[in-house]
Design a protein around this ligand. Structure first.
Ligand code: ADP
Ligand code: MG
Length: 503
């Protein structure tokens, strides 16, 4: 595993480091809301999933949904975090049309989950190799989502849809341990894979079910290390928070833009205002939304309608005993069981469906060969064509069938790629295609010998050359393969050529 090298941005006065901490909002997978029995189903007609509690009718009282608490505990365990037996709900007061209560019920001083940490895998990109790093988790708390203002239905009025009002969110706050735009995206990816594996959030970013606020600051090289040594935030720069990012690509673009914006200000002798910003995806710029100077005073106080949340260690232990295999455990198992590299194991275990597909292909077959075919050929094809695994034109059984033909020497790896392309096109099994198109590898040594003899006879000078420079045999292998239409067994071709040419 390679070392993590700092990501530097060069400005006019030299290099700068970027530091990030993320606040991720993950919608809790639960059929009912956090404090009411209203449905959380996506796509319902506006204001159809709204109870009297969600609409904040006078006198309505919230009742905690046990399932949401359980999901938060499960997530905390998946983040290797401390679960707090005592936590409390606070009112965060602010006025906004999509918030009928006039306050959001959240957890401020006593979150349900405390400190934890996760390993983040960074895939190779921009010529840099793969590596992994650890991100500290500050806390996870439960809170209500707000409704949604709709500005584009009427030119003169704003409408409100309260279907989301009161839906349970987990806010997962990281420590500022993230050091490049790509690391930030990789962190969100890892969080997503964990909550999806746990079944605590569906991770659907397009629907806004997983979204990130990204805090970005810049400092001179060495600042981050000093911060880690001393814990003193003074070694980091002043941060800006970019709200509500729900795509990996935009997260990276926004950070890149924001870091350069801050560097330009600092190099100009100015100072960064701590503020909340929005990313304009069309312009590719961040712009100020509100500054901290006129920051809201949320006037947090314990919600008098709710008792503190006290949970039993035995319940936590039960939830723990029932956790599914998490991405890291799966990766470790893939490394040991299938002898895959850490990187290959990571790619194949990052998502439950991919992992299941790979295991179906690898069952009873060469794991390395299976891993290559699944992650390079099949995933490569799917990526290129923007397809999800469920849309794969080649099933696990069919891909397994193709691999079997390679393993028993019926076809070479090279021919297999052509067969694979034809499988995608036709949907036929590999065996049917090989049979129909006569692609079986020629292992009959007599037939190969005949071709070899012919080619040696036609190229006496090259043949003489090989005796002095045995490496030149490659040219002959190529010729024989070509003459056989790619069907000659490469091992046999090599062996026969060596014998005949005395190389
Ligand atoms: P607030 O409640 O005002 O948003 P927090 O202390 O909860 O402040 O921090 C919010 C997020 O900002 C956390 O994810 C934290 O890691 C991150 N953060 C704090 N300081 C910095 C900094 N200097 N640079 C980048 N991120 C930071
Ligand atoms: Mg914040």
């Amino acid at each position: 595993m390679t070392e993590r090298t700092p990501y530097l941005i060069s400005g006019d006065t030299g290099d700068w480091e970027v530091v990030m901490g993320l606040e991720v909002h993950a919608q809790v997978a639960s059929s009912a809301k956090l404090f009411s029995g209203a449905s959380t189903e996506f796509g319902a007609d506006p204001n159809c999933n709204v109870s009297l509690v969600d609409a904040a009718m006078p006198g309505m009282l919230p009742v905690i949904n046990r399932k949401c608490v359980e999901q938060a505990v499960r997530t905390g365990l998946g983040l290797n975090a401390e679960i707090n037996l005592f936590s409390r709900f606070d009112r965060k007061n602010y006025f906004y049309p999509d918030l009928p209560q006039g306050y959001q019920i959240s957890q401020f001083a006593h979150p349900i989950v405390g400190e934890g940490e996760i390993e983040v895998d960074v895939e190779p990109a921009h010529g840099d190799p793969a590596y992994s790093f650890t991100v500290g988790i500050e806390r996870l708390h439960l809170e209500q989502d707000a409704g949604k203002s709709i500005h584009d239905m009427d030119p003169d009025s704003t409408y409100v849809d309260l279907n989301r009002s009161g839906v349970a969110l987990m806010e997962i706050v990281s420590k500022p341990h993230i050091r490049s735009p790509y690391e930030a995206a990789s962190y969100v990816k890892k969080l997503k894979s964990i909550v999806v594996a746990l079944g605590t959030c569906d991770g659907d970013m397009e629907k806004g079910n997983l979204r990130a606020d990204v805090n970005v600051s810049v400092c001179k090289p060495g600042g981050y290390d000093k911060f880690r040594e001393t814990g003193d935030f003074g070694h980091l720069g002043i941060r800006c928070e970019i709200k509500n990012m729900n795509s990996f690509r935009f997260i990276q673009q926004a950070i890149e833009y924001e870091a350069r914006r801050q560097i330009a200000i600092l190099e100009d002798g100015g100072s960064v205002d701590q503020e909340t910003r929005l990313f304009d995806t069309v312009k590719g710029e961040t712009r100020s939304m509100r500054s901290k100077e006129d920051a809201h005073d949320y006037r947090y106080f314990p919600d008098p309608d709710l008792l503190p949340l006290e949970i039993d260690q035995t319940w936590i232990d039960e939830i723990k005993a029932d956790l599914p295999e998490l991405p890291d455990e799966k990766r470790a198992r893939f490394e040991s069981e299938y002898k895959l590299s850490r990187y290959d194991a990571g790619v194949l275990s990052s998502d439950a469906e991919k992992a299941e597909f790979f295991e179906a292909v690898a069952k009873g077959r060469d794991p390395k060969l299976s891993a290559n075919w699944v992650s390079q050929e099949l995933f490569g094809y799917l990526n290129k064509n923007d397809l999800e695994l469920v849309e794969t034109p080649v099933s696990a059984a069919q891909l397994g069938g193709l691999i079997d033909l390679i393993s028993d020497d019926t076809i070479s790896g090279k021919i297999a790629k052509d067969v694979f392309a034809k499988m995608i096109e036709s949907g036929d099994d590999a065996g049917v295609i090989v049979e129909r198109e006569g692609l079986k590898q020629v292992t009959d040594t007599g037939a190969i010998e005949a071709i070899v003899d012919e080619i040696i006879a036609a190229n006496p000078e090259q043949a003489a050359g090989v005796r002095e420079k045995p490496k030149a045999i490659g040219w002959f292998v190529g010729q024989v393969m070509k003459a056989s239409g790619g069907k000659a067994n490469p091992g046999a071709v090599n062996k026969i050529l060596r014998e005949k040419l005395g190389a």
